[in-house]
Design a protein. Structure first.
Length: 98
């Protein structure tokens, strides 16, 4: 994950005042079957995840025993291929309405 993209996205989120959760290592959470990961997916609210490739996030969920929803309730934003501006804008869209 490019550090500059990750840092800029995090800075934009912090500056926005919007509530969000950050994890240091999604792969490790999956490997340890961290219960927090399951909690993230159990809620009714739509989820936006800034990580890497969507297929990798789906596999990490599967590995952790979590069924990745087939609907549009989870959006995975790829920080390896998209710009920090694009990622941050997508994470923050509709946040004024919340």
């Amino acid at each position: 994950m490019p550090a500059d993209v990750k840092d800029e996205v995090l800075n934009r989120l912090c500056d926005s005042g919007v509530s969000f959760e950050t994890v240091s290592d999604l792969c490790e959470m999956s490997a340890r079957k961290d219960p927090r990961l399951k909690q993230i997916f159990e809620g009714d609210a739509p989820i936006k995840i800034a990580a890497c490739y969507p297929r990798a996030v789906k596999w990490l969920c599967h590995n952790a025993g979590i069924t990745f929803p087939d609907d549009d309730s989870v959006e995975v934003l790829n920080m390896r291929e998209e710009t920090a501006e694009t990622i941050a804008d997508k994470l923050l869209e509709n946040s004024e309405e919340s």
